[in-house]
Design a protein around this ligand. Sequence first.
Ligand code: GAL
Length: 633
Amino acid sequence: MKRALGVCYYPEHWPEEIWPEDAARMVEAGLSWVRIGEFAWSRMEPSPGDLQLDWLDRAIDVLGRTGLQVILGTPTATPPRWMADKHPDMFAVDKEARVRGFGSRRHYCFSHAGYRRESRRITEILAKRYGSNPHVTAWQTDNEYGCHDTVISYSDAARRAFQDWLAQKYQSTDALNRAWGNIFWSMEYDSFDQIGLPNLTVTEPNPSHDLAFRRFSSDQVVAFNREQAQIIRAHSDAPLIHNYMGRIVEFDHFEVGADLDIASWDSYPLGFLEDRIEGEDDHKRAYAQQGDPDFQAFHHDLYRAVGRGRWWIMEQQPGPVNWAPVNPAPLPGMARLWAWEAFAHGAEAVCYFRWRQAPFAQEQMHAGLLRPDSVAAPALAEAAQVAQELAAMPEAGCAAAPVALVFDYPSAWAWDVQRQGTGFDYFRLVFELYRGLRKLGLDVDILPPDTADLSAYKLVLAAGLLSLSDPLKAALATVGGTAIVGPRANSKTPELTIPDPLPPNLPGLSVTITRSETFRADMQRPLKSGGFIRHWLDHVETTAPVQEQTLSGDPVLIGDGQLRYLAAWPDEAALTRILTNICAEHRIETQPITGGLRIRRTDTHVFAFNYGLDAVTFRGETIPPAGVFWAPN
Ligand code: GAL
């Protein structure tokens, strides 16, 4: 697998005379890919039907002839102003019924039939014109589905489409009423037209209604993307990519990914640390200029699964961004470290965002590889260094990971709908388990919930899964060591009702959850062997051996066989002990690490990354802050 660097470029922002020099400087820096086009609709079609693509032809030509491979984006994340006149009701509507209007981006509702037609139309125009262009060697659909909270829309178009979706799914309102339990509070319907969206209700809507709407909203994203993918495929053999984001769970990425060839994501480690991660102030201060040491890796592993092995970074932070509460500069070396960490997790490409900082509009304070005056910004030299290092490094795949985590998007929606305690967040739960595994020096695979064969793993964690499908139960039985299920796993039906028999209903493990408790964020319960549990505790009846329990005797880790149930959310100390014991039991080699050191193996090399502010030692080598080390495996 060939690995390469790239950059995001906006030819429409700059005079045409400087395109050749920009392209030449990109090549000189060792960049191979350039992504263009994804926000340029108003220049592609300044008024309805008036196609102006000559400039794009020339831009692709200049970039391509200079030696760059072009990723062409469909521009549907930024419909031009005239679109609003043509389709005045195309906008998404927020939960409070306010229209999310023109003046920034992503101002469309996925359910609007007229906008869907426009999306297909512009996609077809671009696919026909550039489908066999030798310089266009990859496509990006739209841009960051879900960014700015745009998956869910409470528009009239969404309501009508939701009613159709429900009619197809349930066939009769009787079936729907039964599935949701609408007899409760006399919420029964006798026609699908009566069913509204789950907003503006007096108190909370029926959670089954809410979850159905989340499933529908995700399906709308999948359908929107599928239309573009099918159109492009009819005209081009180049791979199709979408650029996903950090900690966005509102649509099922595995389902979108199934229609594409490569998954990519946009990695802004410093922005995410401030904006998107729970954590103590000490942690955030210590990593303010490096980013959280596990957040990027988690998404690398997640999107490797979404891309079925093929994944990229489509946008890599190069310097300060503009959108987080505070926007520090990365420590010197981080723009290199982040790229190498991605490659160590199997990325095929890392593209920096963006080539030149824009002097105008919303992102004028967002760094690029060049300053607005075209002088090199600090990240350009780091990118060039990575390009040189890459050229000297043999191609490699990921090493086989001994442990895996199951990740399931509908579970994230279910527990958002029915949190039960403010601290219970699905992403956070899975991410903390991931961090615990990484701190033992382990490589981790993240897997979709329909993985059929888990026999390659000695340990699989399946936490917080709304419900375990029969195939997933069968797959867990194939784990070549231990599968740990829980907390809050298989605890509901897919409709978000309590199942009969009571959960977790695991084959061969006598555990019954009798009730569940949640705790204040500042309260935790001690365990007999040390550490605490927090946020969540399932009280259980069991006859199975109990391996961990609270001081007051509540079973926490139950079973000693292939399948075990974790009945609570462990803190770091408890989690480390549980994972260490189980790794010892299955002879999974661990290498506990401290501070900001993180390790990752490819099939040829071991890599070490220092996210910390102090130098660390690894294999006898001193790695400075922001340093990267590698050695043959
Ligand atoms: C991404 C987006 C880019 C740019 C960038 C700024 O979310 O795809 O267009 O806005 O953030 O950090």
